[in-house]
Design a protein around this ligand. Structure first.
Ligand code: DOR
Ligand code: ZN
Length: 356
């Protein structure tokens, strides 16, 4: 007996779609195809592209390309720079979903380490849109103090340690306007998987311990964690197999099935999953689900993940070979069927900027 459920308005607020000078890793077309195949209505693209989204001309270049190619709805982040580019904020504010600051090292050269610059960004950002932070461990504590001082709505991306969950639990108890997301790879893999995965298991933040992973599931259970975000960050297989492999893994097509596999195993309720991948991100990023925008998902069906299921350009996954529950049969956006379980049914350019 098939058991098909409807999930309205799934949003992934943390993806790296590539495109621009990194189109060999993924294009705004290929990666938004992956998004709708993963059940998503909308995705929000991070600014560590090549070139990075640090000024108005680079933002315009990205907006033009994504507008022409996207098959799902979208938003883009602006990047808070190490040199303090806050003079740009008034001119970019209306076109972006938020700003992102990289406070720890990752792909791209966008690290902001100077506390005075970090504070400058907080002082200048208009708190009507989200301030997203890559902020691991001690850095997370530093950012929380800025949230305490400036009270600007802040999302901590890819929380992955017990310490970070604890910091955010206390910050929320203090009434600070803070939310956070976890990634499926930190929920379903640990450092123990690295010998088998090799560089296909390399991402920033890196895979952590079983104790950290348990804290993430506990944080989901008690409401500290608001969002499951993929941190979809494709690199080619050849790049991953090179002597100097880059950090990042694709995730748009495995996030929902992984979470539904956890439902199948009784680790989490279906309602909670829908909150984490749809209701909460819509609420945090100020979005209303348009009419007739949903995915139909067969939740009791499973399949072994193979690469020919994937629409992302790089066609690999650290979860290849796993039995995953939950098959997306259809995705509808604003009354149009965009995905039929196999094929993408709209042309690039169908998607709209949710903040335009
Ligand atoms: O592993 C990662 N890869 N973490 C990030 O924060 C960035 C991403 C990328 O763009 O490759
Ligand atoms: Zn990321």
């Amino acid at each position: 007996m098939s058991n098909i459920i409807t999930i309205h308005g799934m949003v992934d607020p943390h993806v790296h779609l590539r495109g621009l000078d990194w189109a060999h890793k993924g294009t705004f077309y290929s990666e938004t195809c992956a998004a709708v195949a993963g059940g998503y209505w909308a995705v929000m693209d991070m600014p560590n592209t090549t070139p990075p989204t640090l000024n108005r001309p680079h933002l315009d270049k990205k907006l033009a390309e994504i507008r022409a190619q996207a098959v799902c709805d979208w938003g883009v982040y602006f990047c808070a720079s190490a040199t303090g580019n806050w003079d740009e904020y008034p001119q970019i504010f209306d076109d972006v979903c938020g700003v992102k600051m990289f406070n720890n090292d990752t792909t791209g050269h966008l690290l902001v380490e100077d506390d005075a610059i970090r504070e400058g960004h907080y002082a200048h950002w208009d708190g009507r849109k989200i301030f997203a932070n890559h902020a691991e461990n001690e850095t997370c504590a530093t950012i929380i103090e800025l949230v305490r001082k400036y009270r600007k709505p802040t999302h901590i991306v890819h929380v992955c340690t017990a310490y970070e969950v604890d910091l955010i639990r206390h910050a929320k108890a203090d009434g600070l306007p803070i939310t956070c997301g976890v990634c499926p790879h930190h929920l379903f893999l640990t450092e123990d998987d690295l010998p088998q995965l090799g560089s296909l298991g390399w991402m920033k933040p890196t895979l952590k311990t079983r104790t950290d992973q348990d804290a993430l599931w506990q944080g989901i259970a008690d409401g500290v964690i608001d969002v499951v975000e993929s941190d979809h960050a494709p690199h080619t297989r050849a790049e991953k197999a090179s002597d100097n492999p880059p950090y990042g893994v694709p995730g748009l097509e495995t996030t929902l099935p992984l979470m539904l596999t956890a439902v199948h195993e009784g680790r989490i309720s279906l309602e909670k999953v829908v909150d984490l991948v749809a209701n909460n991100p819509r609420h945090i990023w100020g979005l209303t689900c348009p009419p007739q925008t949903y995915s139909l998902v067969e939740i009791d069906e499973s399949r072994i993940l193979t690469t020919d299921h994937l629409h992302s350009l790089v066609k690999w996954s650290p979860f290849e070979g796993m039995r995953l529950y939950g098959i997306v049969r259809e995705t509808w956006i604003r009354g149009v069927k965009v995905y039929d379980g196999e094929h993408i049914l709209v042309d690039g350019g169908f998607g709209v900027n949710l903040y335009g």
